[in-house]
Design a protein around this ligand. Structure first.
Ligand code: SIN
Length: 334
């Protein structure tokens, strides 16, 4: 693209609190998410035209949901639409407005499935809000401005999340707060950058693409909404393994209307530790052909090799929800 070619930025709306509305502007919790369309949302950011300059916005409402209700079908649509926009030679990057609750999962999913060629050249920036659009002091407009500033940075590439002036990489970002505006953290890894008055202070390299070999088989399964069933179980005081045994019984019964259980992620305590009774149930699951991955509930650190590490492979530093996405994709690629 030569310097006189007008550039575009695609902004895809999916819903969330950033598009939420409450009757009472003082009500920051009793609101309905996903009420305001993405074009209207952008229209409420007065400084946006100045930041964009000659860059044109292209908007698309891919979904309008509370992100707690995110589905594989919506993720697949988002994957396809992001691919479409990134593939346009005049589109510099994509911004996605999203609910905070499952933003980290969507970011990680896109990081894994988007083509490395596209991702190593252009950015995909997810953003969100912790206060609805109708609030006395909504945080969405500033987050949108910051996300656009990141997406317009000429060298930017990879999948990122921007919230409260902090830029996180898709692999490490986690929601860590139920209420405060600065709700995300990247654990030990730390943020990639800060956005300060529209300028980027970059601390780390842009995130390398997930580079999973997503072939035709994955596309076929995703298109027909045939995602392997992987559940998450948690270790805790008195964890009995009853949930795992119930899932195995359902699997053995072979009910046609319930997807077959293919994998389990155990969100272990501490260094991925698992109660002896839950451990025994997970071994039964493994013997029945279910893949088991061990993650940790801890927000920092990773599961380090211990005596029984070979029995359940660890999540390679991924949180339980991201390890689940990883396992779903690897089962599809198998
Ligand atoms: C959502 O995740 O869609 C609702 C909560 C939020 O965006 O903060």
């Amino acid at each position: 693209m030569n310097s006189s070619t007008p550039t575009k930025l695609a902004v895809l709306g999916t819903g969330g609190t950033i598009a939420g509305a409450a009757v009472d502007p003082m009500d920051n919790v009793g609101y309905a998410a996903a009420q305001v369309g993405v074009a209207q949302l952008l229209g409420s950011v007065p400084a946006l035209p100045r930041l964009l300059g000659a860059c044109e916005l292209v908007t698309e409402q891919v979904a309008q949901i509370d992100s707690k209700d995110m589905t594989w079908a919506v993720l697949y649509t988002l994957w396809q639409r992001v691919t479409h926009h990134l593939s346009q030679s005049d589109v510099m990057g994509v911004v996605i407005t999203h609910g905070t609750d499952t933003l980290a999962e969507t970011a990680y999913f896109l990081h894994c499935v988007l083509s490395p060629e596209l991702l190593s050249a252009k950015p995909v920036v997810l953003t969100c809000a912790m206060r609805p659009a109708s609030a006395l002091a909504p945080d969405g407009p500033q987050n949108v401005l910051d996300a656009v500033a990141v997406a317009l940075t000429p060298s930017a590439n990879g999948v990122m999340a921007v919230c409260a002036g902090t830029v996180h990489g898709a692999e490490h970002v986690q929601k860590v707060d139920t209420y405060r505006r600065d709700a995300f953290d990247s654990g030990d890894y730390g943020p990639l950058a800060y956005v300060e008055e529209g300028a980027l202070r970059q601390l780390k390299n842009w995130p390398a693409p997930g580079a999973k070999p997503i072939g035709e088989a994955v596309h076929r399964q995703a298109q027909s909404n045939d995602w392997p069933r992987v559940e998450i179980v948690m270790n805790h005081v008195g964890a009995s393994g009853a949930m795992v045994d119930a899932l195995l019984a359902q699997r053995a019964a072979g009910a046609l209307d319930v997807p077959v259980l293919r994998g389990l992620v155990v969100a272990g305590t501490g260094n991925g530790t698992i109660h002896a009774d839950l451990h025994a149930a997970l071994r039964r699951a493994q013997s029945a052909g279910v893949q088991v991955v061990r993650a940790s509930c801890c927000q920092r650190g990773r599961v380090l090799p211990s005596g029984d590490v070979d029995l359940f492979p660890d999540s390679q530093g991924l949180s339980a929800v991201k390890a689940r996405i990883d396992l779903v994709l690897s089962l599809m690629m198998a």
